[in-house]
Design a protein around this ligand. Structure first.
Ligand SMILES: *Cc1c(COP(=O)(O)O)cnc(C)c1O
Length: 388
């Protein structure tokens, strides 16, 4: 027995007929770039979460870029972003000629530390991009307070946290623009790349629509310099179907997390590894289940699990402040101590809606074997009922 880090085919298989029928309709319509299917998905997405406006685009990375463009971020500006995030959060800033200013995280949540964000605000700061990493919101009350008192815009990176909440409010609805990704491994994934930008402002929504189509309105008359970043009809058709399953998948991800907590307790590992306990006020959607492996044993444990056929991943092996491409910004590795430490200790374990309890028991059993020489307890078939 092995356990894949992620097996998308388990989700795809039962949807095959439904999806192929929808793709057939798009094929017959010939509406491939934007078009009615995209408009319907935008409307359904907005309604599902209660966002006033939703604008589709080609990827989550483009969503971040377009959001910053819509706010007029450019050369001379600084944008505060966490260093512990996927590359796209900072590259969007860089590509506009602005300067990414890296903030440190809180180790408990892996999310950006509001106090550290506040300490990095200068006269040049234009915006903050909080990232809701692994499925849990950043401390949005504090971040919005810092933004308001300094006159800064907020662009939320919601790529990993669709449906997450902070004090009951949905991720993406706090800042000027919320940016989503439909990359296949996100909680709502397409059959390729796709993205969405949401906003409460009619003006920003209009600007985002303009910018994603070369700033063109009407046809061949260009008001501003935009980019080509359209969501396509095939992706929208797939995503419209998958949106109807999102609540069920979200529930199952939460059950997997609960099973992991129980298994780690039973196997006397809860005090050896640092488990991802959600903060009070956070509704976590478990895009990833990331533990910290202390004392320099992360890579060794990962190798041990690999030898038993268990897939794991490291999000992320380096903070962005340590990446070669950002060397000219002049950060030293230890400048952001929590990011530095997290990048050396994190290990993402398999979590996806179709993961079985037996597979989870196998994963935790193998970790117990690594630390204790053997699994402390066998898998308990009634566990899911007990923790639900
Ligand atoms: C996936 C991801 C993105 C980029 O999304 P793409 O659709 O792959 O371009 C941006 N930020 C974070 C935190 C992500 O996880």
């Amino acid at each position: 027995m092995g356990v894949p880090f992620y097996d998308l085919t388990r989700q795809l298989k039962p949807l095959r007929e439904e999806v192929l029928a929808a793709l057939g309709r798009v094929w017959d319509s010939g509406a491939f770039a934007l078009g009615p299917e995209v408009e319907q998905f935008e409307a359904e997405f907005a309604q599902y979460f209660g966002f006033p406006y939703a604008v589709g685009c080609a990827s989550g990375s483009d969503a971040l870029l377009l959001a910053l463009m819509s706010l007029g971020v450019g050369p001379g500006d600084e944008v505060i972003v966490p260093s512990f995030t996927f590359f796209a959060t900072a590259s969007a800033v860089w590509r506009l000629g602005a300067r990414p200013v890296f903030a440190d995280i809180e180790l408990e949540s892996f999310n950006v530390c509001p106090d550290d964000v506040g300490s990095r605000v200068t006269a040049r700061t234009r915006a903050i991009i909080p990232v809701h990493l692994f499925g849990q919101c950043a401390r949005m009350d504090r971040i919005m307070e810092i933004a308001r008192s300094n006159g800064l815009a907020v662009v939320e990176d919601v790529a990993q946290a669709i449906g997450a909440r902070w004090n009951g409010q949905v991720a993406g609805s706090f800042g000027e623009v919320g940016c989503f990704s439909f990359y296949p491994t996100k909680n709502l994934g397409g059959a390729g790349d796709g993205g969405m930008m949401v906003t409460g402002s009619a003006v920003l929504a209009e600007r985002l629509r303009l910018l994603r189509c070369h700033g063109m309105s009407p046809r061949y008359y260009h008001q501003v310099v935009g980019i080509n970043s359209r969501l396509d009809g095939f992706q929208a058709a797939v995503l419209r179907i998958k949106l109807r399953y999102l609540a069920e998948w979200e529930k199952r991800r939460a059950e997997k997390a609960a099973v992991y907590f129980a298994l780690f307790e039973e196997n006397r590992l809860a005090d050896i590894l640092v488990l991802p306990r959600p903060l009070p006020g956070a509704y976590h959607v478990w895009n990833q289940f990331v533990v910290r492996v202390p004392e320099g044993r992360r890579d060794c444990l990962r190798e041990f699990l690999k030898n038993r056929g268990i897939g794991t991943e490291i999000y992320y092996p380096l903070g962005l402040h340590e990446q070669k491409c950002f060397a000219s910004l002049g950060y030293r590795p230890e400048d952001l101590p929590n990011t530095f430490r997290a990048s050396r200790e994190v290990l993402a374990l398999p979590i996806f809606p179709e993961l079985t309890e037996e597979e989870q028991a196998f994963v935790v059993g193998a970790i117990a074997e690594y630390y204790h020489g053997q699994a402390v307890l066998p898998a308990h078939p009634q566990r899911l009922k007990a923790v639900a």
